[in-house]
Design a protein around this ligand. Structure first.
Ligand SMILES: Cc1ncc(C[n+]2csc(CCOP(=O)(O)OP(=O)(O)O)c2C)c(N)n1
Length: 629
């Protein structure tokens, strides 16, 4: 299409566009997003829903002088397009644009963390800094979804923002969806506000028509306003935001650029904290997204058919699928087991359980902290909760796991999906911290399954533990072939034995979970060079199994492999156990260095970090030579 979009190289280029041109631009952006994101994969639905909102934001505010903070940041593709980034060829791929805002990409991007419910906290801080530095002509805008607004941090921010007079504009992008439909009292309240649109129009009519004769108009306006409030109070619990001390503008039709612009201009002129409630539709303008009633194509895989919104190729069985099936069976066997999800029922595989046992599932919103402590409460009440979250989001509730669960010896099972290197979502979404931060939690036990059979077995074992929290973590994507153990020695699975008498093995490779496959490859490579390696999978990696110490005693050197940070993880704990036992073998801990890993394919990142067969073999070879890798 003869590019209006191409002519927008920076936000000020929007200023010259007419209303008709803005509509054309919005259509071009949608076409661009559908074409490109279907190919690369990414957050399609959320971005299609904020096209007009983003255009309006960039017309009213002067980024980067005014600060625009996107909550989560998955809906910032349109913002990228309007701030000089229109090469989506390698979106979320190596060397391509990030799928979230990125400070390295643009001065228009301020926040890139992508863990939800933080935009308003950042906005509060930025506004405070501008005030103290005398930059009083600048505005700060936080754009937060109704889903992200279910997170506790958002409410901590609202409390702080409402307590002051800083010019923070809070845009609530209300599409009634988090990942799936938003739940809870807040969602209900937003729903109520949406239905009061008629009253807003009534008030607006009063204002414009009667304000021409200021005194009379003003008086009648007040009367109208009083009537409106009265009517609202009858039909709805009104004024949650206003009662907090925040001016409320809305609800606004988020697909009407002019209406959004006008609301934002009012908010900008107000000069104090103000909420603009914008109603949008996720996936707007794209039939397959609108037809996807639950998720509205929140996220699509690479190589999605743009005609249908469905992937061209069906993926193999995922780790999540295996867990989902097992939970369904567990639900039948154990009536005391309940599931908790933090707004991600299907992505974490609790949907089948939820369908079968609807009264035994709790969606708590984007509220991982609440999930953990509520789970402890459920355990106090005699149930066994299974909290299923992405590994990276467990970081959110560390203290709740430590104090609210472990200190109380609560039988809560945490199932961590997307653990380890994930890939295209980049630095914030790799789940490479859990095995380190959880090491310090007294009593907590962690299992890392290597294949589908072990997922099933270890989840079962975990829910048997009633006097401590347990954790089972597995990867993103398709589960590999099953890896049978030769034998189980005191709970440790021996996957390969060094072809030498016990006590004369060269190398012991301890592989946590799915990296067992790389460890076995490495052992074969080394065997061809005459180096004999034993490969074991401890299954339960915390506490360290004493059998590992005995196995290490029978070898000359030890390599540990984990899909987690090297610092303080499984390998570090094993090294410490060896030292404590006086088994002083040269030991190499392989894992992810303490650096944020950019977006790329999982196998590529693992290979780069030496976590593939070749990398493990190289580490073993070097260790046995007595050199430092
Ligand atoms: C702490 C945390 N938990 C879970 C997620 C996963 N997640 C990403 S987007 C999303 C839904 C966000 O909903 P909303 O804020 O309403 O934005 P929308 O997609 O509807 O535009 C969730 C749950 C996350 N990013 N951060």
């Amino acid at each position: 299409m003869a590019g209006l979009l191409e002519s927008v190289r920076q936000p000020r280029d929007l200023d010259r566009l007419s209303r008709a041109e803005l509509d054309k631009l919005a259509a071009e952006i949608r076409e661009f997003l559908i074409e490109n994101v279907s190919r690369t994969g990414g957050h399609l639905g959320p971005n299609l829903g904020v096209v007009e909102l983003t255009i309006a934001l960039h017309r009213v505010f002067d980024s980067p002088r005014d600060a625009l903070v996107w909550d989560v940041g998955h809906q910032a593709y349109v913002h990228k397009l309007l701030t000089g980034r229109q090469d989506f060829e390698k979106l979320r791929g190596a060397g391509g644009l990030s799928g979230y805002p990125s400070r390295a990409e643009s001065e228009h991007d301020i926040v890139e963390n992508s863990h939800a419910s933080t935009a308003l906290n950042y906005a509060d801080g930025i506004a405070k800094a501008y005030r103290l530095r005398g930059l009083t002509d600048r505005r700060v805008v936080g754009v937060i979804g109704d889903g992200a607004l279910t997170g506790g941090m958002a409410w901590e921010a609202l409390n702080n923002i409402a307590g002051g007079d800083l010019p923070v504009v809070i845009v609530v992008n209300d599409n009634e969806r988090s990942y799936a439909p938003t739940i809870g009292g807040l969602a209900n309240h937003l729903g109520t506000l949406r239905t009061t649109q008629g009253y807003e129009r009534f008030l607006d009519w009063g204002k414009t028509t009667l304000a021409r004769t200021p005194y009379v108009g003003g008086a009648i306006y007040e009367t109208l306003h009083g009537m409106k409030k009265g009517l609202k109070d009858i039909v709805a619990p009104q004024g949650m935001f206003e009662d907090l001390g925040l001016k409320y503008i809305g609800p606004i039709d988020g697909h009407d650029v002019e209406a959004v612009e006008s609301a934002l201009r009012r908010a900008k002129a107000f000069g104090g904290p103000v909420i603009v409630h914008v109603i949008t539709r996720k996936g707007e303008g794209y039939e397959p997204a609108r037809a996807d009633v639950v998720h509205q194509l929140h996220q699509v895989n690479p190589q999605t058919n743009p005609e249908t919104g469905l992937p061209f190729q069906v993926k193999g069985t995922s780790w999540t699928d295996v867990f989902a099936e097992e939970m369904l069976k567990i639900g039948n066997d154990r009536p005391d087991v309940v599931g908790i999800t933090a707004a991600m029922l299907i992505p974490v595989g609790l949907h089948k359980f939820a369908q079968q046992y609807p009264d035994r599932i709790y969606d708590v919103g984007i509220a991982e902290q609440h999930a953990a402590t509520c789970a402890a409460g459920l355990a106090f009440g005699g149930l066994h909760p299974v909290v299923a979250v992405y590994a990276t989001f467990l970081n959110r509730c560390f203290d709740q796991v430590l104090m609210d669960c472990a200190l109380h010896k609560s039988g809560v099972t945490f199932v961590l999906d997307r653990a380890g290197i994930t890939g295209p979502d980049g630095a914030s979404h790799h789940g490479v911290w859990d095995l380190s931060i959880l090491q310090v939690v007294p009593g907590l036990r962690i299992a890392v399954p290597r294949d589908a059979a072990q997922v099933r077995a270890l989840v079962r074992e975990a829910i048997e533990v009633e006097d401590a929290p347990t954790v089972v973590r597995f990867s993103k994507g398709s589960v590999g072939p099953e890896i049978e153990a030769l034998e189980r020695v005191d709970g440790v699975d021996v996957l390969r034995r060094a072809a030498k008498p016990m006590g004369e093995g060269d190398l012991l490779i301890v592989a946590a979970g799915p990296l067992a496959a790389a460890a076995l490859e490495a052992a074969e490579e080394l065997a061809a060079e005459g180096v004999e390696a034993t490969v074991v999978d401890p299954r339960w990696v915390k506490p360290v199994n004493p059998a590992l110490v005995e196995l290490a005693r029978a070898h000359r050197a030890v390599v540990t492999v984990e899909d987690n940070g090297r610092t303080g993880g499984v390998g570090a704990a094993i090294s410490q156990a060896l030292q404590d036992a006086g088994v002083l073998r040269p030991t190499r801990v392989l894992g992810v260095p303490a650096e944020f890993q950019a977006h790329d394919e999982r196998p590529v990142i693992l290979a780069r970090l030496g976590l593939d067969g070749q990398g493990v073999a190289a580490a073993g070879r070097t260790l046995l030579r007595g050199a430092v890798v």
